[in-house]
Design a protein around this ligand. Structure first.
Ligand code: SAM
Length: 232
């Protein structure tokens, strides 16, 4: 992967960035995504934020190598602290991290989201944390995608401002993904279901403490929910 040829995963994230947006890409190791979007003339201005020095330096070098320093500002910063008011950022992208970490970045940076219109997230795991953050903070899901690359399954969740309520199953699997029910969706939840059933059966022989019983009850509930969703 490089900024001319993105991975299938990052290309899918890029496809949700609107023409002419001003983006802040948070956790922008190598700044591949902003470089690609500027090169493609989809955007003309971006912030690349990175909290770790090594990846920050890679992003700086890559932006310099591509001759994009006028368009892309790289900042060493924690989460949304990379965004300054004068940047005019209207779109935030956060890709390639766990859902709970992405949700905590959004929670900690609430002030910086006031003028943001669209958030594009790509959690590697536990996408539900992002849906939970969204409904609790006045954001609604406007699109979702699920895809497979190198035998790994990724979800993308696109948010815009608005209040909406989702059912328990929609929160777990995603309202748009539930409607689409793609082959990758079935594969992901079949894998999860198999894993929960494996854990549940090992817990059946693990005694009867309150903690174990609660865990078993949670698993049975999720198995029932997902079992229903997997019926074509
Ligand atoms: N976004 C790129 C992608 O999807 O290919 C890079 C993903 S990489 C696995 C995650 C990056 O996020 C790392 O470079 C890490 O240092 C950075 N990161 C983690 N927590 C962060 C935070 N709170 N603020 C900014 N960057 C963060």
């Amino acid at each position: 992967m490089n900024s001319e040829k993105l991975s299938k995963r990052l290309a899918a994230v890029a496809s949700f960035v609107e023409q002419g947006a001003t983006i802040a890409d948070i956790g922008s190791d190598h700044a591949y995504l902003p470089c690609f979007l500027v090169k493609e003339a989809k955007i003309s201005k971006a912030i690349a934020g990175e909290v770790v020095k090594g990846p920050f330096e890679s992003a700086v070098k890559n932006v310099q190598k591509k001759g994009l320093t006028d368009a892309i500002t790289v900042r060493l910063a924690n989460g949304l602290e990379a965004i300054h008011e004068c940047d005019g950022v209207d779109t935030v992208t956060i890709a390639g991290m766990g859902g709970p970490l992405i949700a905590s970045i959004l929670r900690d940076g609430a002030e910086k989201l006031k003028s943001v219109k669209r958030i594009i997230t790509q959690p590697n795991i536990h996408a539900t944390s992002i849906r939970e953050w969204a409904v609790q903070n006045g954001w609604r899901i406007v699109d979702e995608q699920i895809l497979k690359e190198d035998n790994k399954i990724y979800e993308i969740i696109v948010l815009e401002k608005g209040d909406v309520e989702y059912g328990e199953l929609e929160m777990l699997v995603g309202p748009y993904l539930l409607k689409q029910k793609s082959d990758v969706f079935f594969e992901k939840w079949k894998r999860e279901l198999d894993e929960w059933e494996r854990v549940l059966s090992s817990l059946e022989n693990a005694g009867n403490t309150l903690e174990i019983n609660e865990k078993k009850e949670q698993l049975r509930k999720k198995i029932e929910l997902i079992g229903g969703a997997l019926i074509h």
